[in-house]
Design a protein around this ligand. Sequence first.
Ligand SMILES: C[S@@+](CC[C@H](N)C(=O)[O-])C[C@H]1O[C@@H](n2cnc3c(N)ncnc32)[C@H](O)[C@@H]1O
Length: 253
Amino acid sequence: MIIDIATLFPEMCGRVLDESIIGRARAAGKLTIDCHDIRAFTEDKHRRVDDSPYGGGMGMVMQPGPIYNCFRYLCRLRGVRPHVIYLSPKGRVFTQRRAGELANMNNLLLLCGHYEGVDQRILDEIVDEELSIGDYVLTGGELGALVVCDAVGRLCEGVLPDESCYTEESHQSGLLEYPHYTRPPVWMGRPVPEVLLSGHHKNIEGWRRREAVKITLRRRPDMLAQAQLDKSDIEYIDALKRAQPDREESGTT
Ligand SMILES: C[S@@+](CC[C@H](N)C(=O)[O-])C[C@H]1O[C@@H](n2cnc3c(N)ncnc32)[C@H](O)[C@@H]1O
């Protein structure tokens, strides 16, 4: 997988991408993620990449020319036209499902806007999809690009030690994940659930499944409609609803 990021602030992305699992995967050659400075592709003698909006109004708009030159350069460099994603608050909200689909592609180009955004004509000319990382407005697309790189990168072959590292995770499985515990067995008077110390794998599996169903029901009941639930999950949900019919949660247990 090759991901190219086109940005006015390449150092901002580079630093983050050098760290942790993604940094190690890049160093080991399992993942290529390169940042490209759009300003290097301007033909303006003052290296300008933006201008005021036609029609008036506040802010600046990124010009299409430098972005297009950067895109053409990357097509030549990679020998292929990448799937081009513009990070934008107007885009479709990025999900784990989309991360999985993108992880199956070979070449992505993530375009980061800044200021008021980019000239619409470059979107019409080269962009395949617009992705938002949430319903809020950031100053630039760089944080969004990093989110996409991280979520997609960790799903690429060889980045995590094993597929099982992510198959049970929140959103991947259709449910939020069960809680985790590690040593010590009792901390601040709070013991680890006994079943986890039992060594009984079937019981542990059953407990984890019920905890995943329970936390999803409480925090994200909307997800249950899409989740693959078996008969015992449904019976458990009914029992939870009967026990606490009006309980609502939003983020903490
Ligand atoms: C200040 S924003 C521009 C917002 C734009 N004027 C609007 O109202 O839709 C600057 C850049 O940040 C990025 N950005 C802002 N919010 C984002 C979000 N929620 N998801 C992804 N990218 C975002 C986009 O690349 C955008 O071009």
